[in-house]
Design a protein around this ligand. Structure first.
Ligand SMILES: N[C@@H](CCC(=O)N[C@@H](CS)C(=O)NCC(=O)O)C(=O)O
Length: 231
C-alpha cells in the first residue's frame, strides 16, 4: 500500500493523477499547509523541505518500505515501479527526464512566483508581476513549439505531462490567453479528458476551494516568519 501525504495544489495533483493512472492501491493523508501541518515533526521526517507531496511505499524494493519527497522523484519511482509513462529505452527515457526537469526547475518555480506576486503578495509590485508573468509566457511558448511537433512533451504521454498539466491548466491566473498557444490548448484538452486525470484532479478538493484567497492565519504560515524558523 502506498501512503501519500498531500494537499490539493498543483504539486499534490501531480501525484493524485499519477496514482490514478497507475492503478496501485493508495491512501491519501491530507497535510493542511495553510494550518502549518508541513512543519509537524512526523511530516518533516518524510519531507525535510517541509513541502507536500511526500510518499511512503510500504511495498518498496526488496519488500522493504521506502519514503520519498520531491514530486519529480516520486513520479519517476512510480513510473519505474509499474513500467508505465517512462520508457526504459535510454534516449526516450532522457527525453522524458529533460521535460520533467524543465517542469520542476522552470514551470513550477516560475508559475509559483507568478501566483505569489499576482495574487498573494500584500503589495502589488509591477516589476515582479511582469517579470514572472513574462517568464510564464516564455514557458508557454516553449511548450507550444514543442507540442506543435509532438503529441506530448516527451513524444508519448509520460510523467513529464503529468507533472506539467496541473500547473499549465490555470493559464488565466497568469494573464495568458490560451488562443495564443493552440498546441498547448489541444494538449490541455486531451489530458483533461483522461478518466484518471479527471479522478485525480478531484482528490482532496473537498478540503480547499481552488484559488481561494488565503486567510491572515494561512498567509502568516505560508509567507510569514513561521516559514523561516530554524528547525
Ligand atoms: N519541488 C517540490 C515543491 C513542492 C511544493 O512547493 N509544495 C507546496 C505546495 S504546491 C508546499 O508544500 N508548500 C508549503 C509551504 O510553502 O510551506 C516538489 O515538486 O515536490
Amino acid at each position: 500500500m502506498i501512503e501519500l501525504y498531500s494537499w490539493p495544489t498543483p504539486n499534490g495533483h501531480k501525484l493524485h493523477i499519477m496514482l490514478e493512472e497507475v492503478g496501485l492501491d493508495y491512501k491519501v493523508h491530507p497535510i493542511n499547509i495553510g494550518k502549518g501541518e508541513q512543519f509537524d515533526e512526523s511530516f518533516l521526517r518524510l519531507s525535510p523541505n517541509n513541502r507536500i507531496p511526500a510518499m511512503v511505499d510500504n511495498d518498496g524494493p526488496e519488500g522493504k518500505s521506502i519514503s520519498l519527497f520531491e514530486s519529480g522523484a516520486m513520479l519517476i519511482y512510480l513510473a519505474d515501479k509499474v513500467g508505465k509513462f517512462l520508457s526504459s529505452e535510454v534516449e526516450a527515457r532522457y527525453t522524458t527526464f529533460q521535460w520533467l526537469m524543465w517542469q520542476m526547475g522552470g514551470v513550477g518555480p516560475m508559475f509559483g512566483q507568478s501566483n505569489h506576486f499576482s495574487h498573494y503578495a500584500p503589495e502589488k509590485i509591477d516589476y515582479a508581476i511582469d517579470r514572472y508573468n513574462n517568464e510564464c509566457r516564455r514557458l508557454y511558448n516553449v511548450m507550444d513549439k514543442r507540442l506543435n511537433e509532438v503529441d506530448y512533451l516527451a513524444g508519448d504521454y509520460s510523467i513529464a505531462d503529468i507533472a506539467t498539466f496541473p500547473w499549465a491548466r490555470s493559464y488565466e491566473r497568469r494573464g495568458v490567453k490560451i488562443s495564443e498557444f493552440p498546441s498547448v490548448s489541444r494538449w490541455l484538452t486531451e489530458i483533461d479528458n483522461r478518466p484518471a486525470v479527471m479522478r485525480g484532479m478531484k482528490i482532496l478538493t473537498n478540503l480547499r476551494e481552488e484559488n481561494k484567497k488565503f486567510t491572515d492565519e494561512e498567509r502568516e504560515v505560508l509567507f510569514g516568519a513561521a516559514q523561516f524558523k530554524k528547525r
